[in-house]
Design a protein around this ligand. Structure first.
Ligand SMILES: Cc1cc2nc3c(=O)[nH]c(=O)nc-3n(C[C@H](O)[C@H](O)[C@H](O)COP(=O)(O)OP(=O)(O)OC[C@H]3O[C@@H](n4cnc5c(N)ncnc54)[C@H](O)[C@@H]3O)c2cc1C
Length: 497
């Protein structure tokens, strides 16, 4: 005979049986998973430090199933978390233990490429890179290019307002999407945006893009496609000093140049990347910049000349410009593989994602060096430098007692420093579960209440991806109690407990 379950486990099992029965009444059995070994692969996203098993995983294949599952969950007040490819780095797709995980990877059809309108209409589970691959025969591409583009889905990109190397020139996801279709928390169809340049009513598209799966479940997206540039060339610039490299980034933009990509890596990062992909990086340099120009051959030649002049003036010790497409891709291969390269030099790493004014890049790198000593952990740095978007990768070993906690504290201090430098706690990876405390540092109680009010307009019961992105006042009070910095207690008027 089986031993009796603990009371809370018994309650969970009863709730699970109730939810499985309700979903089984509206969805075929082969799309429902609830055995522990079936739901374990879904217990985390790319932020694997945090894991929770959902009650049930649903793998819908049709929009009717999405609607039916949402209606059933709404009736039972069950939290629902949408999931694309699970590459998110802020725990946005972390399931709720009392909830349903709606895994949308089967929505992977490209419905329409319209070369005349220069649009692609795709299902939410289509991979980012697959859109450009489908558009390539028409000489078109989809510009936002997260480094995870081989795997991440357009649904996840919408939820996170994802960026990438080419977003400095071509804009983020929010600038490249025309329309999203999907379902409300009640399972009602909803279309936001439109296929024309403008559409009637308030423009809610920018609110939905970046809303981290808290306003609606997106099932279909129409994106803009751009003509593929005739030519692209990339300069690799070496610097013997971090500050000179940081200043060169600001100088390029100040000269009125908007490169197709402007990325920075510090020496520990180039060493790790070079060992992994042999990109040809200058390992003597304290930092390298990758500066790309694209357009017609004449435009590229002119811009490469101007960037070379600015980089030389800012003290670059070496400049190498790609002479072929193969060489350009080789320069980028190290940058695009920076995260997996880091995975080779440390058992675990924690990727932060703050944004600062680009003229503060060198100040931030110096501050991070100080934090390395303070927390006894190493950090390698890669930046979307042109956007001032930092990706410090804090190296730790989760098997060493206390190291994960120190990495979290290190990350929190980087985000707080970003805010102090006039930046933000997010860049392109979203707030999710990971950065929810940092939101307390950046936003006042009144601002956070407005965020909640806006969310409730879509989801009054707050059951779509609850506990993410917007911290409650109680959570901020608790965080403030734990984090007294410089002798100052944030939000002193809030009750502590
Ligand atoms: C190696 C690596 C490199 C990366 N590089 C970049 C980069 O350069 N730029 C960048 O911006 N990000 C980057 N990321 C982060 C990540 O890839 C992006 O955030 C991506 O958009 C997540 O897509 P996904 O399909 O994996 O979404 P998931 O991780 O599955 O989900 C992310 C969020 O989207 C929500 N969501 C997913 N699908 C839907 C839907 N259909 N409807 C409503 N909500 C939905 C989820 O609830 C969750 O909140 C990187 C990640 C890795 C692992």
């Amino acid at each position: 005979m089986n031993a009796p379950l603990q009371p809370d486990l018994a309650a969970r099992a009863a709730r699970q049986a109730e939810v499985v029965a309700a979903l089984g009444a509206v969805a075929p059995p082969h799309i429902l998973l609830w055995q522990p070994e079936e739901v374990t692969p879904y217990e985390c996203d790319g932020l694997s430090a945090y894991r929770r098993k959902p009650l049930v995983v649903v793998l819908p294949e049709t929009e009717a199933q999405v609607a039916a599952v949402l209606k059933a969950c709404h009736k039972l007040n069950v939290p629902v978390v949408a999931r694309g490819a699970g590459t998110g780095l802020s725990g946005g797709a972390l399931p709720n233990e009392d909830g349903v995980l709606l895994a949308l990877a089967r929505f992977n059809r490209i419905k329409r490429i319209d070369p005349i309108a220069r649009t692609a209409t795709v299902e939410c589970g289509v991979r980012n890179l697959a859109i450009s691959e489908a558009a390539a025969p028409h000489g078109l591409f989809y510009a936002p290019d997260p480094s995870s583009q081989i795997a991440c889905t357009i649904g996840g990109n919408i939820a996170e307002n994802s960026g990438g190397v080419h977003c400095l020139k071509y804009g983020l996801t929010v600038h490249n999407v025309l329309q999203v279709r999907g379902y409300t928390v009640e399972g009602e169809p909803l279309t936001i945006g439109g296929l024309a340049c403008d559409c009637p009513g308030p423009d809610l598209l920018a609110a939905v893009i970046g809303s981290e799966g808290m306003l609606m479940v997106v099932t279909e997206v129409t994106v803009k496609l751009l003509p593929k540039p005739v030519l692209a060339r990339c300069i690799m610039a070496s610097f013997d000093d971090l500050r000179k490299a940081g200043d060169a980034v600001a100088a390029i933009i100040a000269a009125g140049i908007i490169p197709a990509g402007l990325e920075m890596m510090d020496q520990p990062m180039t060493v790790a990347a070079e060992a992994f992909v042999h990109a040809g990086y200058d390992l003597e340099a304290k930092a390298i910049l990758l500066c790309e120009s694209d357009g017609t051959p004449e435009e590229v030649e002119e811009e490469i000349g101007r960037m070379t002049e600015v980089l030389s003036r800012c003290g670059a010790t070496k400049l190498k410009c790609s002479e072929s497409e193969a060489e350009r891709l080789r320069f980028w291969s190290g940058r695009k593989n920076a995260f997996p390269a880091t995975g080779r030099i440390s058992p675990d790493y924690y990727c932060m994602d703050g944004t600062i004014p680009r003229k503060r890049v060198a100040d931030m790198l110096e501050a991070i060096q100080g934090m390395e000593s303070k927390y006894g952990l190493r950090c390698v740095n890669v930046f979307h430098a042109g956007d001032g978007n930092l990706h410090p990768l804090i190296l730790f070993d989760a098997n060493q007692p206390g190291e994960l906690h120190r990495a979290e504290e290190f990350g929190a201090e980087i985000l707080e420093t970003s805010v102090a430098m006039g930046g933000t706690v997010t860049g392109e990876h979203g707030v999710g579960f990971e950065k929810i405390n940092a939101m307390c540092v950046q936003f006042s109680p009144e601002e956070r209440e407005q965020f909640f009010a806006f969310r409730r307009a879509f989801d009054p019961g707050e059951t779509l991806n609850p506990g993410k992105q917007i911290p409650t006042h109680a959570r901020c009070a608790e965080y403030g109690k734990m984090h007294v910095r410089g002798g100052l207690l944030p939000f002193p008027n809030l009750p502590r407990f």
